[in-house]
Write a protein that binds this ligand. Structure first.
Ligand code: NAD
Length: 513
């Protein structure tokens, strides 16, 4: 780690050996159990974090609630100015933060930097948005009346995030919520608590420099029990939760039971359809990056390749060839393509998936396996694998959160491929590789992909912040990031103003006294 400058990065980010995992800004505390963060890269202890107790949480919520009364009255463009400064701080600290993301989560350093770039991009987007946040005006049916709608902030937004995007998901939520006038309480994944501490340190400095109150950006830490403090708390009008479908189903029900709003960004089971008119070279790059990038631990990772039978062998051979060239190892070393999985539990799940596909009659054509020996001491490095499967297999219905790619065959029309693609419970990202306009348009039409993201001649993995991000069905239906995703962080109010001396009722109703 020292060799890759991790110590210097930790210092630049204010990470100590033992950190307070609860923070309202410049005030850091936390008296709960200690969470230990080990790197999947080399198994080393990075640092420890004190988790959040009920009493700590109480203090956080009191501070956040009080901060909201100040923050919401600050003009939105001025809040945008704070987000601009936050984005600039991220530019300054892009390298150390990218390095920490890589070291604590295990994704490549390039992808770590990419994640910080996404944070910077969403800040820029939010700054522009801070001068908009517009509603509509409508024509009233009553004479001398004006009608319009406006958006007001919601209050305290709770953010629960997953380990695989340990910093960007927070920024997608928080940059928008802040310009909207909300204050945020964030519980990062218990697998990546230091990324949370680092981000909070950066935000806290910006708020402090501007003389703003404590509580606009808050951090809490711990496992699902700390998450539950927020989902059950009726002072939190919106809970934005990113993670597994299993978690989303629980969170959705708990928040709905108190009639709160939830924004859910859950698992995917993303497929690329490869038609006879596909550019094979582009397909291979898209599919391989999609399947092995972040060691297959992206919500948009490519899980299934649905290939037309006429080109099946050609595509299969090209993809297998590419897999033979993959270098697996320390993600901070830019010569490697694939880093480790997050922990040994994830390695177990990967092994079980490979076992299961064989049990169901599938054929593993690129052998998997856990890597051992020098450089692989953490026990988290696995060989990216490819298995031939059938659409009806049980294993293909689930998200295998690891570098396992399933090859599925279709015959006949593209409609058959779309049927296979849509035939799972998840609905996040999808793609078609084709130079045939009819196939491409069919895929994007009402009878085409049922996913939140549908791409043509691009893989499933990754997205730009300008578009709304999220998926349908059991992916949860939430949308974050660009387009009009900001609306979920605000409450809409319809206003009608009468500037006459009469009081006509709507729908022509008369009421005489
Ligand atoms: P996870 O569901 O195990 O945990 C996610 C977060 O939820 C953690 O912070 C965890 O502590 C918290 N949590 C778990 N149970 C909870 C409960 N009952 N109440 C409140 N909080 C609870 O997910 P993970 O393993 O960290 O992440 C991987 C999953 O996340 C994959 O399924 C992946 O597809 C998904 N993901 C989705 C998106 C998206 O935008 N759709 C983005 C990233 C990750």
């Amino acid at each position: 780690a020292t060799q890759f400058g991790i110590d210097t990065a930790l210092k630049a980010l204010g990470i100590e050996a033992l950190n307070n995992g609860t923070s309202t800004g410049s005030k850091n505390f936390g008296s709960g159990e200690i969470l230990v963060s080990h790197s999947p890269v080399d198994g080393a202890l990075i640092a420890k974090v004190k988790t959040t107790t009920e009493e700590d949480y109480y203090k956080v919520m009191a501070t956040a609630t009080a901060a909201f009364t100040t923050w919401r009255t600050m003009p939105a463009p001025q809040r945008g100015e704070i987000v601009r400064q936050f984005g600039n701080k991220l530019r300054e600290l892009k390298e150390p933060l990218g390095k920490l993301v890589s070291y604590e989560m295990g994704k490549s350093y390039q992808e770590g930097l990419g994640e910080v770039q996404e944070m910077i991009d969403i800040c820029d987007f939010a700054v522009g948005l801070s001068r908009q946040l517009h509603g509509l005006t409508m024509h009233s049916e009553r004479p001398g009346h004006r009608m319009y709608e406006q958006y007001h902030p919601l209050g305290v937004v709770g953010i629960i995030s997953a380990f695989n995007f340990p910093v960007a998901v927070w920024a997608w939520n928080t940059a928008l919520a802040w310009v909207c006038g909300d204050v945020c309480v964030w519980k990062p994944s218990e697998k990546t608590p230091l990324c949370g501490v680092a981000c909070q340190n950066i935000a806290a400095e910006v708020f402090k420099t501007n003389g703003l109150p404590e509580g606009i950006s808050c951090l809490i830490n711990g496992d699902y029990k700390v998450g539950e403090m927020m989902t059950t708390d009726s002072r939190i009008p919106l809970v934005s939760a990113t993670g597994s479908i299993r978690m989303g189903k629980i969170v959705a029900q708990v928040v709905a039971a108190r009639l709160g709003k939830s924004l859910l960004e859950l698992g995917g089971n993303n497929a690329i359809i490869v038609t006879p008119d596909a550019d094979i070279k582009m397909t291979v790059i898209g599919a391989v990056f999609g399947a092995v990038g972040t060691a297959g631990q992206r919500c948009t990772s490519t899980r299934r390749l649905i290939i037309h039978d006429s080109i099946y062998d050609k595509v299969k051979n090209a993809v297998v060839d590419a897999y033979n060239q993959l270098r697996i190892g320390n993600p901070l070393d830019e010569n490697n393509h694939v880093g480790p999985l997050i922990d040994t539990d994830a390695v177990d799940m990967y092994n079980k998936a490979l076992q299961k596909v064989v049990e169901e009659g599938g054929k593993v054509i690129v052998e998997g396996g856990v890597l051992e020996g020098e450089g692989y001491e953490s026990g988290c490095y696995v060989q990216p694998a490819i298995a031939e499967a059938k659409p009806g297999f049980e294993i293909v219905q689930h998200e295998t959160f690891a570098p396992v790619l399933y090859l599925l065959k279709y015959s006949g029309d593209v409609e058959n491929a779309i049927g296979i693609q849509n035939g799972v419970v998840q609905g996040l990202s999808s793609a078609i590789m084709t130079n045939n306009l009819r196939e491409a348009e069919h895929f994007l039409s009402v009878g085409g992909s049922d996913c939140g993201i549908a791409n043509v001649n691009i893989g499933t993995s990754g997205a730009e912040i300008g578009g709304a991000f999220g998926g349908e069905k059991e992916t949860g239906g939430g949308r974050e990031s660009g387009s009009d995703a900001w609306k979920v962080y605000m409450r809409r109010q319809t206003n009608t103003i009468n500037y006459t001396d009469k009081l006509p009722l709507a729908q022509g109703i008369t009421f005489k006294l």
